[in-house]
Design a binder for this molecule. Structure first.
Ligand SMILES: [Zn+2]
Length: 183
């Protein structure tokens, strides 16, 4: 029989981690996304990506995620989709939400952001940085992104890019598995 439930289990070290005080600035949120990406690599609990979601009215961080694709066996569990899942019903609270992600979202995470009604997406490392270490994000993101921009979603790229790209290189350099389709 097929599984009747799917669990998203964050690494124990994430549960122990304190969230930034509200209101959290863009820089604080991006540093959090990159820090959890780095810790995910250092502790061997998943891929080199981190993300968080902030309610822009209160400045409260309502979800934090790391890439769990490999340890969970679930290819849907990118940092962004995990953060969106953790935020869950709180995504609908007034004020709009910003997604901070340590790397430009792939097409799946852009699609998830669309359905989560994320109003702003701030990213650090670029698709090019991800490709350079072997991740193949596929085509289609420019088209979806353009449609989201037309709907009013704001994109901010390259915030603390070098710090996030360094996490990708550290992961690849220590032999981390490059999951997903091959280039
Ligand atoms: Zn993704």
């Amino acid at each position: 029989m097929a599984a009747s439930a799917v669990e998203i289990r964050l690494p124990d070290w994430m549960a122990a981690r304190a969230l930034p005080a509200a209101p959290a600035s863009d820089e604080v949120c991006m540093r959090l996304a990159i820090a959890v990406a780095a810790e995910n690599v250092a502790r061997g609990t998943g891929g080199p990506f981190g993300a968080c979601i902030r309610n822009d009215a209160s400045g409260e961080v309502i979800g934090v995620g790391v890439n769990l694709a490999m340890p969970s066996g679930n290819p849907l569990l990118h940092a962004e989709t995990v953060a969106i899942s953790i935020a869950g019903a709180r995504l609908g609270e007034p004020g709009g939400v910003t997604l901070f992600t340590s790397c430009e979202p792939c097409i799946m995470c852009l699609g998830a952001s669309h359905w989560a009604q994320v109003s702003r997406i701030v990213s650090a490392a670029s698709r090019v940085d991800a490709h350079e270490v072997g991740f193949s994000e596929g085509a289609g993101t420019p088209q979806l992104r353009a449609e989201m921009v037309a709907r009013g979603v704001v994109f901010v790229d390259g915030v603390l890019r070098e710090e996030a790209a360094a996490v990708l290189r550290r992961y690849a350099g220590q032999g981390g598995v490059i999951y997903g389709p091959k280039s």
